[in-house]
Design a protein around this ligand. Structure first.
Ligand SMILES: Nc1nc2c(ncn2[C@@H]2O[C@H](COP(=O)(O)OP(=O)(O)OP(=O)(O)O)[C@@H](O)[C@H]2O)c(=O)[nH]1
Ligand SMILES: [Mg+2]
Length: 426
């Protein structure tokens, strides 16, 4: 089943409690404090799994809960941290906080992995509170509660070209001829009930992804037919391929179809009509098609029209090469503006990397991790040589690359512990 929207409540794990204990040793009446810290609660992480193409696995989950960190113990034993929960989702998944309506993550790269609910910190044990004035503190800290949030999870498929049009105009036939995708094709309306993706080989080692969408009819934006719910899947496409049945054999008028579909696209989201469009005039093998096309061309002058007989694979080569050329020249625009994102995003990385990066605000990033923090403490920032060594190390650890990948630009602020410096992209 194809599911492209679910709402779920996330409960990250609570931190384990710190322990209050004192050392007991033979012949020593009362030792010092020895309570260990609690472990961190489980993060709830969303990660891309390229093998998935629907959110169906999440459909029956009202909530996802992370385990609690273990409590600290005596003898300064720290509690174990809980194992993170990793939720696998398809490429193109967008996660929005339902309270703030801000986007927490837009997972558009196959390595993407984002912490959506943060596990609670473990509480400190009484050892941590020992001071000169109070060498034997009789208290410990409780674990921090894990983050709780309600999110909407949406799939917006990642495709370069979207095939749109009335039912039965031949959209699925086209994708079946230009890619390896084998959707159901039939003479009745609404054969396609959910989007199909296909990879098109455009030669010269170029390729692009096409989405074949369920048919639209007049009033789709008001819920007629299958409605407009699948149109979210062309929001990311860069080119719209508008398929029209030129034979008009079902008693339809190709020009009217063209106008109706464009109006439905506009009513769904005006931005879609701003995307470049080509018209695929299909079923040119049928009677009437030539004549209808002549009329159509008189009325529609501002868009490229390709004459095609999908069933015979006639004319599709030209369409593919034009689409490839267009994609070469059209810039990729991010789907959402920066302001729509939550300012604070925590990234985790697929390969266990010894650091974490948090996007603290639009131009500010925080890097944490034992190794990097140790290095920072040991670096004397008064010597040039030490600074060079420090920055080389940052690069070697892959921190530079990760920051660039996440979108850091020259002049952004990078914070490690309490030191801030400017990011420079070399
Ligand atoms: N004569 C002719 N028939 C075609 C051509 N292309 C598709 N058809 C037929 O048109 C009918 C509908 O084709 P589909 O590819 O299923 O159409 P669709 O646009 O995907 O339809 P929905 O999924 O219902 O929206 C099928 O019977 C196809 O065989 C063509 O170039 N010429
Ligand atoms: Mg179809």
């Amino acid at each position: 089943m194809f599911i492209d929207e679910v709402e779920i409540e996330l409960f990250a794990g609570d931190g384990g409690n710190g322990c209050m204990a004192f050392r007991r040793e033979k012949y020593i009446p009362m030792g010092g404090p020895s309570g260990g810290a609690g472990g961190r609660g489980a993060d709830i992480i969303f990660a891309v799994d390229e093998g998935l193409n629907t959110l169906v696995d999440l459909r029956y989950n009202r909530s996802i809960k992370g385990k609690r960190g273990n409590n600290g113990e005596g003898s300064n034993k720290n509690g174990r941290q809980a194992e993170d929960v990793v939720v696998k989702v398809p490429l193109g998944t967008v996660i929005t906080d339902l309270e703030t309506n801000l986007i927490v993550a837009d997972l558009t790269k196959k390595e993407d992995m984002v912490v959506v609910a943060i596990g609670g910190r473990g509480g400190r044990g009484n050892t941590a509170f020992a001071t000169k004035a109070n060498p034997a503190p009789g208290f410990a800290e409780n674990g921090e509660p894990g983050e709780v949030r309600k999110v909407k999870i949406e799939l917006k498929l990642l495709a370069d070209v979207g095939l749109v049009g009335m039912p039965s105009v031949g959209k699925s036939t086209i994708i079946s001829k230009i890619s390896a995708s084998k959707p159901k094709i039939a003479a009745y309306h609404f054969t396609t009930l959910s989007p199909n993706l296909g990879v098109v080989d455009a030669g010269n080692s170029k390729s692009f992804v096409v989405a074949d969408l369920p048919g639209l009819i007049e009033g789709a934006s008001l819920g007629e037919g299958l409605g407009d719910r699948f149109l979210r899947h062309i929001e990311r496409t860069r080119v719209i391929a508008h398929v029209i049945d030129m034979s008009g054999f079902e008693g339809r008028n190709p020009y009217e179809d063209y106008v109706i579909i464009n109006k439905e696209l506009k009513d769904f989201n005006e931005e879609i009509l701003k995307k470049p469009q080509v018209v695929i005039a299909n079923k040119m093998d049928m009677e009437q098609a030539k004549e209808n096309l002549k009329e159509f061309k008189k009325k529609v002058k501002d868009v490229k029209i390709f004459e095609v007989s999908a069933i015979n694979a006639d004319g599709l080569k030209e369409v593919v090469s034009e689409l490839a050329n267009m994609l070469d020249t059209i810039e990729k625009h991010p789907l959402f503006e920066e302001e729509k994102f939550e300012s604070h995003i925590l990234y985790k990385f697929r390969k266990e990397m010894p650091f974490r990066i948090e996007k603290v605000s639009t131009d500010k990033w925080a890097v944490t991790g034992k190794e990097i923090e140790k290095l920072l403490r040991m670096t004397k920032f008064s010597s040039d040589e030490a600074i060079v060594r420090f920055t080389t190390k940052l690069r070697k650890m892959g921190i530079d690359d990760k920051l660039r990948e996440l979108g850091a630009v020259d002049g952004d602020t990078i914070r490690i512990m309490d030191i801030e410096f400017d990011y420079k992209d070399f």
